[in-house]
Design a protein around this ligand. Structure first.
Ligand code: ADP
Ligand code: MG
Length: 270
């Protein structure tokens, strides 16, 4: 049911899509030094869906920023596709809790922003955008403006924008945290389908134990700050997961009970 830290399934074959090796991050502020994460090792295989859960301030967002190359580790190393991350990476997609859409641009043009920033060929980008709009059920809203959309639809637009350039790795930081429960469950089912259709590797940070266990093949449970990996819990369910059907399964319940216990039993860090 559980695995030791690191040494993902792909060890010895292809390089891990994401690799963290003994990563420690310390922030030095004027008053004090904060160790956000300490000695974190994790290998994520290509095409895997991994969720990260842990108490507030344990360094979950910090881990995603490391993978994106927006932050450098104080100790240890970070790899993407076997290559050491030394600066901001363009071969990732990033989705945040707030969709951060440009209010003066239509849905289609918000999605195409990604293409403009990357100077993708216009025709390729437009074709890919239409594909994603259909995949996320946004058809009919291509010309709508963000203020006309529900929270769930805004996150779908953010997801399309993050996937436009077909990133091998998708980083999601509490993407559904601001949505109502029903919308969130519906988006969980959709994200599962999109993940299977695109084959992208997903690293999802969430506060929701159910969301983590409903979506991920493995759930990384972190301790309070300084964040360390308490355990990596496997969720023994098939890749195809409808949220409602999944939460009724005993394997789902088993995983959530275990993760909840790990989070509750985690010692308080200094
Ligand atoms: P989480 O996402 O798990 O809530 P974060 O990764 O955002 O946690 O932050 C982990 C810890 O590092 C927190 O204590 C936070 O205050 C601190 N921290 C994060 N970013 C910075 C920064 N740029 N400067 C100083 N401290 C930071
Ligand atoms: Mg965070």
């Amino acid at each position: 049911m559980t695995t030791a830290m690191g040494g993902g399934r792909s060890a010895g074959r292809t390089p891990a899509a994401v690799g963290l090796g003994g990563v420690t991050v310390r922030f030095r502020t004027r008053r004090r030094e904060v160790t956000a994460v300490s000695g974190v090792s994790l290998d994520v295989a290509a095409g895997e869906f991994v969720a990260i859960v842990g108490p507030s301030g344990c360094g979950k967002s910090t881990l995603l920023k490391l993978v994106a190359g927006l932050l450098a580790p104080t100790e240890g190393e970070v790899r993407l596709g076997g290559e050491r991350v030394t600066g901001p990476r363009r071969d990732i997609g990033y989705v945040f809790q707030r969709a951060a859409l440009l209010e003066w641009r239509s849905v289609r043009r918000n999605i195409l922003l990604q293409a403009e920033m990357r100077r993708m060929p216009a025709a390729t980008a437009r074709g890919r955008a239409e594909e994603l709009i259909a995949m996320t059920g946004l058809d009919g809203f291509e010309d709508a403006y963000p203020h006309e959309l529900s929270g769930g639809m805004r996150q779908r637009v953010a997801l399309c924008r993050a996937l436009l350039h077909r990133p091998p790795v998708l980083l999601m930081d509490e993407p559904f945290g601001a949505l109502d429960a029903l919308t969130r469950e519906q988006l969980n089912t959709e994200l599962n389908r999109i993940w299977r259709e695109t084959g992208t590797t997903v690293l999802l940070v969430t506060h929701s134990i159910s969301e983590a266990c409903a979506l991920a093949g493995r759930v990384v449970v972190m301790s309070p700050r300084p964040g360390t990996v308490t355990e990596i819990t496997e969720v023994a369910l098939p890749a195809e997961r409808d949220y409602t059907a999944t939460v009724a399964r005993p394997e789902f319940r088993e995983a959530t009970v275990r993760v909840r216990r790990l989070l509750g039993a985690a010692p308080t860090g200094g």
